[in-house]
Design a protein around this ligand. Structure first.
Ligand code: SAM
Ligand code: SF4
Length: 358
């Protein structure tokens, strides 16, 4: 089938085969794909943009993902963890800036036991604000404790569904366990967020097409798609340079940016009413990255609400945006950018329309 036929099919049926997804990923007419996704976004989730205040509360991680600057073996990062009172205070400030959701994100840091997390979540819920967690792989019981404490949403990217690649890039982790965690999150009634990194060395377009179908099969309520950005303080740096890893997609920032937009747009066409963030990594690769993403299918932005030096220390990849800004500045800066493209900020909690729970 040719590009236009595939586009017409997905607009009518919200479904695509793996081969059809592959054709869309390969298209040299991405603007048509982005425009179609933008139309579907407008029709199904409207013009409002939901803001989520991102609190990066610890950069300590027991895992060792080869692509991530927070990995355990990276000695070139100063580690920090915020006290529960500080996290609660940041959430309170976020609410005062008009946020209706906080996203608590960290490395997999064992300091935050279920008890501690549950205290933090229940304290924050008193501010009448939705809580999203993005703190990695946990047991079913741990996910249940957080849910019982009031957590509304959980974000755990699958990263890639290519088993060999996953297990090469995430040593000591398994794709089966990652999938089971996502199932458990879904089972417990969280609004379930997942997603992938686009442009990982060794990743193929075929595997990305499978990733997209996986996200649809869950089905996720939120899909976060981030372009891969090479971190010089990770082992991937040497591997990419020495070409020991088979690099089918070049680790080229602008390729990764456009490909990530394509993945996001295809997900919008397949899942018209989910929430899709314009990710920070997109803006790192392109100064207008988040606004371009908002015009290619996205409807959510996650401005940084972490304070002071910690913004810089939470360094997954180089060139992270807004590291010297304050949460207050980011909140109002993003609002004016969003208004400048004719969109408005939602005043509600922004639950996924695919799962109206509150
Ligand atoms: N530790 C939790 C986890 O892994 O789910 C949450 C925090 S982790 C830093 C959040 C996301 O950062 C990961 O899911 C991964 O997709 C992304 N990430 C890490 N390193 C990256 C890189 N070099 N380029 C793009 N995204 C990256
Ligand atoms: Fe840790 Fe998450 Fe980074 Fe992996 S991606 S090293 S789990 S913070």
């Amino acid at each position: 089938m040719i590009f236009e036929e595939i586009l017409n099919k997905v607009l009518k049926t919200n479904s695509l085969t793996e081969n059809e997804i592959l054709e869309l990923l390969k298209t040299d007419k991405p603007q048509k794909l982005f425009a179609a996704a933008d139309k579907v976004r407008k029709k199904n989730v409207g013009d409002e943009v939901h803001l989520r205040a991102l609190i990066e509360f610890s950069n300590i991680c027991k895992q060792n993902c080869l692509y991530c600057g927070l990995r355990r073996d990276n000695k070139k990062v100063d580690r920090y963890r915020l006290e529960p009172e500080t996290i609660i205070d940041l959430a309170k400030k976020a609410k005062s800036y008009g946020y209706q959701t906080v996203v608590l994100q960290s490395g997999e840091d064992p300091y935050y036991t279920s008890d501690i997390m549950s205290q933090i979540i229940s304290a924050i819920k008193k501010f009448d604000i939705a809580v999203t967690l993005s703190i990695g792989e946990k047991t079913f019981e741990e996910y249940k404790v957080y849910k019982d404490a009031g957590a509304d949403r959980y974000l755990l990217r699958i990263e890639t569904t290519d088993k060999d690649l996953y297990e090469k890039l995430d040593p000591q982790m398994s794709l089966e366990n990652r999938k089971e965690c996502i199932q458990n999150i879904k089972k417990l009634g969280y609004e379930t967020g997942s997603g992938i990194i686009v442009g990982l060395p060794g990743q193929t377009l075929e595997s990305i097409a499978k990733d997209i179908l996986y996200l649809k099969s869950i089905p996720v309520d939120m899909a976060g798609i981030g372009p891969f950005i090479l971190n010089p303080n990770t082992p991937l740096n040497d591997k990419v340079k020495s070409e020991k890893l088979k690099v089918e997609l070049t680790a080229n920032d602008q390729n990764n940016f456009e490909l990530a937009l394509k993945v996001m747009a295809i997900l919008r066409l397949l899942m018209p009413d989910i929430n899709i963030p314009a990710t920070t990594a997109m803006e790192t690769l392109n100064p207008d990255g988040r606004m371009i993403a908002l015009q290619s299918g996205a409807n959510v932005v996650m401005p940084n609400a972490t304070e002071g030096e910690y913004r810089k220390l939470y360094e997954l990849y180089p060139g992270k945006i807004c590291v010297t800004d304050t949460p207050y500045k980011c909140r109002f800066c993003i609002e004016s950018k969003i208004n400048s493209i004719g969109r408005s900020i939602s005043q509600g909690k922004g639950n996924s329309k695919s799962k109206e729970i509150l």
